[in-house]
Write a protein that binds this ligand. Sequence first.
Ligand code: AMP
Ligand code: MG
Length: 487
Amino acid sequence: MTPLGPPFSVPVAATPLPQPQRLLGNDVLAAELGLDAAAWPRAEMTERLAGNQPWPGQLAQASVYAGHQFGSYTRQLGDGRALLIARLDTPAGPAELQLKGAGPTPFARGLDGRAVLRSSIREYLASEAMHALGVPTTRALALIGSSLLVQRERAETAAVLCRVAPSFLRFGHFEYWARAGDVADDLTGGAPHPLGVLADHVIARHFAHLADIADVHERRTAWLTEVIERQARLMAMWQTLGFCHGVLNTDNCSILGLTLDYGPYGFMERFRSHHVCNHSDTEGRYRYEAQPAIGAWNCARLLDACVGLLDPRPDAATERAQAIQPAYQRAYNATVLTRWRAKLGLQEAREADADLVLQLLTLMQRSRCDFTQTWRALADNAPAELRRRFAEPAAFDAWHRLWQQRLAAEGVAEPVWRARLRAANPRVVLRNHLAQQAIEAAEHGELGELQALLRALQRPFDADAAEARFARPAPPEQAPLEISCSS
Ligand code: AMP
Ligand code: MG
């Protein structure tokens, strides 16, 4: 039994894509993956990336997983429209190539297995934007357009996105296999349990630095602790960038701590702690301020699934799992505060720093400030200009004085803290209206806007890398776009 094949995955042939056309290709990533530079631009590669030709020497597969969706457990999900087409060993480590939208699999649950151009562009842009922002994420290798139309709320053009990650395994994979027979067999000399096989495979392939831990229980404990810490750090990164995922279900949580499955995500514009980016999330379960707690909840579901791997004695296993869970809050607190401090140009830790951040966020919320622009303005604007952004200038002045005192206490010169701020506060993030403009142009065969936006997103911290329009919020007269799960 190997996680590379049954029972974890089944072979599935991609459904041919009519008239495939490469709309975007990531040359830098292709080179990093060691893809043959001569073959990369050829039409034959486009056929492969469309799912029209198999990857040489590889078998396309879809895997089964489960997941807690909006809090309720769904016993069987799986790669309904994603096909793993290649597993590569690259100079940078393992890499999997996955086609999203290359036709239905046995896990499609009656859906068409396709993805629309609109959502594929959104995923491409967001994954490359997040990468440039330094956030762990799946990557985009290529976007293949087609003449195929698929029915959503309206008829839309289909596309195939080729995305890349060291592994696409999700918390949901572990949840699925945890419910397949008695996990304890794995540790009591019975047949190896698929859950243990999966975990040990992930540890060996992706957490090789833990391989030295001889005791299997210790090793798996260290692994789960690290998974949970990665998830916590990821949430801290999202929070400090104003990124909302929108569908933070356990099946969308990567076992490697990557941002995964970009759907109705959004980078917040006006700061509202209760902002909900997914129009379908009517209860606001995945609102901005809830993401860190949801991350912890998802980690608890992963621990529930994996507890049986930690010790053959149920009580001892539970005790181990309970000892792991606090790692989340520790890692989250440490990372989030370090990142907020960096956004204020601070390097040393002081007791009152969390308050200083909270006060600014409160002022921003009351003044309906644009999140990204306001943080960046701390770097770029003179104080008088800065205070004009706030509806309560006196309150802002008081905050500004505290902040300046705090900077002075670190003894850094103004050019130094301004440079620090510019390195921590992006000028450009992916705003929905910009993505939408690029999508509408691309739907009419015009790719210039998409390419320009992508270039801007690839250098988010640079002062003049991108045109000013990519750094501005949506015009006030433009109604906010409603982004939902349908894609
Ligand atoms: P997502 O919202 O993309 O994370 O998808 C949630 C689940 O629904 C996953 O199991 C997907 O594979 C599946 N899914 C979503 N859209 C489709 C589709 N058009 N065809 C087949 N499966 C889909
Ligand atoms: Mg998903």
